[in-house]
Write a protein that binds this ligand. Structure first.
Ligand code: SF4
Length: 229
């Protein structure tokens, strides 16, 4: 990747209204670094990747169908659309559509109560659930070269989170889909690198905001304005 390329995409700061953009309508507006206009080759490649792989096409089709089924009031028009399904329901419905039978649950030990509920919900929908806690293997943090002052509770034994082991165990368990629940920043990165099965994320870790990191973003001009300093 050429990091000096001035035309790298910046869709997040696209200056046009969503409904006026070229990624929404054929005669739409676009900035000079618009990837819809500049990356037509990659766009075709992405479609070919899907069309040449039955499994990927099935994933893409079912994701889009699941997305469409997430709303009611369609017959009344776009303004009346109402979302009706929480993510956990979307996950099990998507897994059913894909024909998955065995699900993996990679959870943070801090969310063990939630993991128990999720496991039982998924089982009640007819899935087998293999679940692995982040502290699996009980490897001391010293193995990572951490000093006492870098532990959560200096002076005591602390097992490291081991997302690679979580992944390897779920790989060995031949899960059809792995669900991440509350893994830390970076631990999720490692898990995703090693998982052989497709993954989805039920929740991410945010110790301060009850695992709702967007609360800081929604309140960026008020209680979380200090983040901008
Ligand atoms: S694809 Fe183009 S028009 Fe769409 S958001 Fe990105 S820059 Fe804007």
């Amino acid at each position: 990747m050429n990091k000096d390329n001035k035309l790298f995409p910046t869709c997040a700061s696209c200056p046009f209204r969503w409904t006026d953009r070229i990624c929404r309508k054929p005669d739409g507006k676009y900035p000079k670094n618009c990837p819809t206009v500049l990356k037509k080759d990659l766009c075709s490649e992405s479609l070919q990747l899907l069309k040449n792989n039955e499994e990927l096409l099935k994933l893409a089709r079912n994701s889009a169908i699941q997305e469409g089924e997430g709303y009611t009031n369609k017959e009344k028009g776009y303004e009346f659309l109402r979302p009706i399904k929480p993510r956990i329901q979307e996950i099990w419905e998507f897994a059913e559509k894909m024909g998955y039978k065995r699900l993996g649950l990679a959870f943070c030990v801090g969310l063990r109560k939630e993991a128990k509920v999720v496991e039982s919900l998924l089982k009640s929908k007819g899935f087998e659930v293999a679940s692995v806690s982040c502290k699996v293997g009980r490897i001391p943090k010293e193995e990572l070269g951490l000093g006492e002052e870098q532990k959560i509770a200096p002076g005591s034994f602390e097992p490291m989170c081991n997302p690679i082991l979580q992944s390897l165990i779920l790989n060995e368990s031949k899960t059809d889909l792995n669900i991440l629940l509350g893994l830390c920043v970076g631990h999720d990165t490692l898990f995703l690198k090693f998982s052989e099965s497709p993954c989805t994320i039920l929740a991410v870790k945010d110790r301060v905001l009850g695992h709702n990191p967007l609360a800081a973003i929604y309140n960026i001009d008020s209680y979380f304005r200090w983040l901008k300093k």
